[in-house]
Design a protein around this ligand. Structure first.
Ligand SMILES: [Zn+2]
Length: 168
């Protein structure tokens, strides 16, 4: 199994943008990864990654961290919901805090990456993951929320096969 950690791949390939990295790793036959780990820091790239992985049926594990909060969700194309089932459209620029604007505690980064790693290992060992379980942890308060995201049959990406971010 080949696991692609997107942020690392961007550095290794000396790509100037995540879009370049996605283009390189998803244009080959077979694709350059069996599972993808989100190490990015912006919504635009995550929606692009979601389109690419759903189109090519490659599982990927979303993860994010801002302030003291970590989120993670495993996306299994054909097995469960995708990112757009949970969040149909990316947030308007500047509408939500980001690590750049609000900062991030390393505890949140560690929590997100730990969940992502656990999901990747679960997939590599068993072929399964907690597809569509959106987990959010506030590492400051200790509050944890897990939501089972339902697959949306009208989802533009996994429901209708329109890969708007891939082709934009
Ligand atoms: Zn979807």
């Amino acid at each position: 199994m080949r696991t692609l950690a997107l942020a690392v791949a961007a550095l290794l390939a000396s790509c100037t943008t995540y879009r370049d990295t996605v283009a390189i790793h998803f244009s080959s036959e077979p694709p350059g990864a069996d599972v993808v780990v989100d190490g990015t820091d912006n919504a635009e790239t995550r929606y692009l990654l979601n389109d690419a992985c759903v189109k090519l049926s490659i599982p990927w594990v979303y993860g994010g961290a801002v302030e003291a909060t970590a989120v993670a969700m495993a996306v299994g194309p054909g097995r469960g919901p995708c990112l757009r089932c949970a969040f149909p459209d990316p947030p308007d620029p500047g509408s939500l805090p980001t690590a750049r604007t609000a900062g991030v505690l390393n505890t949140a980064v560690a929590a997100a990456s730990t969940w992502q790693t656990a999901e990747v290992l679960r997939f590599l060992v068993t072929g399964q993951a907690h597809w569509g379980r959106l987990t959010r942890l506030d590492t400051w308060t200790g509050e944890t929320v897990a939501i089972e995201v339902e697959r949306d049959p009208d989802c533009p990406c996994c429901g209708q096969g329109r890969y708007e971010f891939l082709h934009s």
